[in-house]
Design a protein around this ligand. Structure first.
Ligand code: GAR
Length: 210
């Protein structure tokens, strides 16, 4: 099965969704390592509870972003992943590390990209007054939150929403969105060709999932 390395900085609910799908037999993949930039990330404990090797590296221990990423990705390479999933990983990855793994790193981002890159996406959506919000899974490229989008899930913005209610509505859809996207990737049906996502060999708009 598809060997997955996951990167996570915090809570790890998206990681848990992958683990649960694998455990339940609905996702033919294996999480072979979980990596974090924060030693206290709950995601690390989730991994250990599932018997998966989990490691954190402190960015403070390195002189530069490139040096940190070199050490991090050395550790990741050791578990020989087919796919690297950023599941709530909150650090920018240096271009060199990304370029060397082109088409093999994906990220889940809590907005309908290309709208609302960066942080505080739910507040950004509220401030912009959009009627629809959601989440995207995209290939990671050196362009922050700018890589080709593979799949999206949409939710309405409702009257009375604040950033927390909106985040909760989006998160509920993130989990099946990530699982389903990884399912397509693990089945070899999705590839990054030039700057476009191909599904079954054909370039097209993002899949609308979950
Ligand atoms: C998720 O909402 C994810 O989309 C977001 O962080 C949260 C992590 O939750 N990621 C980003 O904002 C990436 N820039 P989790 O730790 O429970 O999966």
């Amino acid at each position: 099965p598809c060997r997955i390395a996951a990167l996570a900085s915090g809570r790890g609910s998206n990681l848990q969704a992958l683990l649960d799908a694998i455990d339940g037999g609905s996702l033919a993949a294996q999480v072979v390592g979980v990596f974090s930039d924060r030693s206290k990330a709950a995601a690390l404990q989730r991994a250990r509870d599932a018997g998966i090797p989990a490691r954190s590296l402190s960015p403070k221990a390195f002189a530069s972003r490139a040096a940190f990423d070199a050490a991090l990705f050395d550790a990741i390479d050791e578990v020989q992943p087919d796919l690297i999933v950023c599941a709530g990983y909150m650090r920018l990855i240096s271009g060199g590390a990304v370029d060397a793994r082109r088409g093999r790193i994906i990220n889940i981002h809590p907005s309908l990209l290309p709208a609302f890159k960066g942080l505080h996406t739910h507040q950004q959506a509220l401030d912009a007054g959009v009627a629809e919000h959601g989440a995207s899974v995209h290939f990671v490229t050196p362009d922050l939150d700018g890589g080709p989008v593979i799949a999206q899930a949409r939710v309405p913005v409702l009257p009375g929403d604040d950033a927390d209610t909106l985040a909760a509505r989006v998160l509920e859809r993130e989990h099946p969105l990530l699982v389903e996207t990884v399912r397509w990737l693990a089945a070899g049906r999705i590839a990054l060709a030039e700057d476009a996502v191909q599904v079954d060999g054909v370039a097209g708009p993002p899949l609308q999932l979950a």
